[in-house]
Design a protein around this ligand. Sequence first.
Ligand SMILES: [Zn+2]
Length: 583
Amino acid sequence: MGRRLLWALVWLVTPFSALSAGLTVLSPPPRTTVAAGQRFDVQAEAENTAGLFWEVTLDGQPLAGEVKGNRFVAKALSVEKPGTHVLEFRLLQKLGKKGQTQVVASARQEFEAKAWPQGGGRVRHVILFVGDGFGFAHRTAARAFLYGFEGGKSRGFLAMDTLPVQSAMVTASLSGFVTDSAAGAHAFATGTKTANGMMGVFPDTTEDDADNPTVETLPCLLFRTRGVVSGLVSTADLTDATPAAFVAHVADRGEASRIARQFLEEAEPCGVRVLLGGGKKTFSSPDLLPFFAAQGFSQVFSASELETTLQARPRKLLGLFADRHMNSPFDIQKRGDASVVGGYPDQPSLSAMTRAALQVLQENPAGFFLMVEGALIDKQAHMLDAERMLWEVYNLDQALKVALEFAEKTNSDGDPTNDTLVILTADHETGGLVLPGVTDPSRMGTRDQVGTYDRMGFPEAADANGDGYPDNPDPEKKLVLHFGGAPDHFDDFRSQPRPVAPAKAGDDRKVHANPEKDGQTGVLYTGVSEVTVPEHGYAPDRGVHTGVDVPLLALGPGSERLTGVRDNTEIFFAILQALAPKP
Ligand SMILES: [Zn+2]
């Protein structure tokens, strides 16, 4: 509600030349590009339509629609012709009895349709990795922390470092410079922009969160037009923003049970065959699991069940490995307090889930789209928890290796129609991570604990057993991961046995550094985020998302469309345009 009002305000004061008196919100929003054939709703709202009637045209031809209160709505429009299209909205008033009319208000909105040749490419498999909150500094930190340096050269490189396309992506949403995960994933999933907090829909000003104009998502478009099936894998609760945006249509990302129901309703029409991640509680209260079973989904709740069930070659797979979000591998590997994983000690790695998804999806002759999210990079960066965050970067990198092995086979077998496009990117950066130096063991607990320049040298790092995770999370000379997009917080740059909130709101309705995190051993760092707890909404007691560009990495045919700096909506079109002819 607060978000909706704020949004309406932003919309009204933004000087879009397309708007004129009386007509307020137009969908699709300004500068929208859709794919040829992709379905989307057209909507216009007026302040007061009493005694008026609508006349709406698309490229000069009348567009049929419904009038709902003060809104004009045309559902599931699609255009095949590429190029610019023009929507014109007019509100008219009858004059006298002779049928004469007068235009009271009018507005014009252009949108683009982009062709996807459906035959120009070689790709039948698309694997999109999303490191939620994953920025360039997160990658540098993960590499330096795992491999260290010798002679000034990195002793090794991550799998993601080897991808041939190494570019950057702009992440802003329709409502602001800094996006949230809902609007970020919406861009990948639909090729369009929406407001923060929303997915699969465009903003409007009505009270009802269920009536927003919608836009078709990638899995649904691919299955409807080409029989391509999809899988969604995440370490978050599957109703969390990134996986949900590929299927759900909600104006409020917080509506977890509505999103879970939409997964159930959309799985069949959108060809979703694999769902692996957290959210057992969300999917079982109310209990949707019997309904998934009725649709033919094999269900698993632990890493060992996943392995056993895979031997039976399931056609559809639903795996829920934690009540809500899964744990960081840091905790699954018992690097901290063993009780952190609670009732779910046997959670699969992201690579095990990726391997499982590939096994199920590759059975489909028309190909597949697989999204794999390393969600805890963001969630742990919000907590300013460097180790749990880094361990998720390694989790993501291991999963990428599985995809690269798969791509290596399909892309070198001489069949020009079965190739694999692998993309790794992020929805936004979280935490404003900077890497200013290395801890100085002799000065810990003082303001000089971070050695910079000449007092730095190199961080200690080792992975003796080669499992892709650092042997020691707390070496003496440790890489400093400092969060600039943060509230006031204490830090000693050592790992926490249990996750601890970096800050909390006091009775004075101000946010303060939480002394339970490094209050005795660390140093107080003053943060940049606001300190006043708002009337409604969240206390600013966590690290924040930032607007810096994020890595955009790719391999395979079609990856050449992702060179240079790209907008986040371009991922969607690059995927469509890479596809081989329908088998
Ligand atoms: Zn976040």
